[in-house]
Design a protein. Structure first.
Length: 187
């Protein structure tokens, strides 16, 4: 029986719930592409079944931030996903802030372990600093999902080097996440 992975490409292509911007790039565009590339890798492996929150570039979920988040979570819950992975880019006022980090509802959970594996591989493949896992029980997509859920901040869109890497090498990010999923599911 295949493992069902729900890939949430965080944010809508336009408001409501559009993402961060930096260095002439938009978060929702970067995570859309990286999510598609990750889905391709998962679909090529018979051990996985995958669903995307945004199957097309112009898929718009919800009519507000709240309903956009609910649409993603409800779709994953109805589908019966085994794992939920939400892709985002980070932002900071300082262009030197950098690295990849992730969040799970709580420490000591399957989601936290999955996030650690994803971050380790993501850092290895991209060369970005691993900023570590954190517990964030207040995040909607982590507390309302019925399966282990991880929110991954791929890199900083406000950091010129990281923004360029996400734009020009989306396959590196997809490969890192994919390897982290494999490490976790094969353990």
């Amino acid at each position: 029986m295949s493992i069902k992975i729900y890939i949430d490409q965080g944010h809508n292509p336009v408001n409501p719930n559009a993402g961060a911007e930096g260095n002439g790039l938009r978060e929702q565009d970067l995570v859309y592409t990286i999510g598609q590339r990750l889905a391709d890798r998962l679909r090529a492996n018979p051990d996985f079944e995958v669903r995307l929150s945004r199957p097309t570039r112009d898929t718009l979920l919800g009519t507000s931030n709240a309903t956009s988040l609910a649409a993603r979570v409800n779709d994953a819950n109805r589908w019966g996903a085994d794992y939920f992975i939400s892709l985002h880019t980070n932002a900071a006022s300082s262009p030197s802030a950098g690295g990849t980090e992730a969040y799970a509802y709580a420490r000591g959970t399957r989601a936290f372990e999955l996030g650690e594996d994803i971050l380790e591989e993501l850092s290895d493949v991209t060369g970005l600093r691993n900023r570590g896992m954190q517990a964030r029980p207040g995040l909607y997509v982590l507390r309302k999902t019925q399966m282990p859920a991880v929110l991954v901040e791929l890199g900083f869109i406000t950091n010129p080097g990281e923004a360029t890497l996400m734009r020009d090498a989306p396959d590196l990010f997809a490969e890192g996440i994919y390897r982290g999923i494999l490490d976790f599911t094969e353990a």
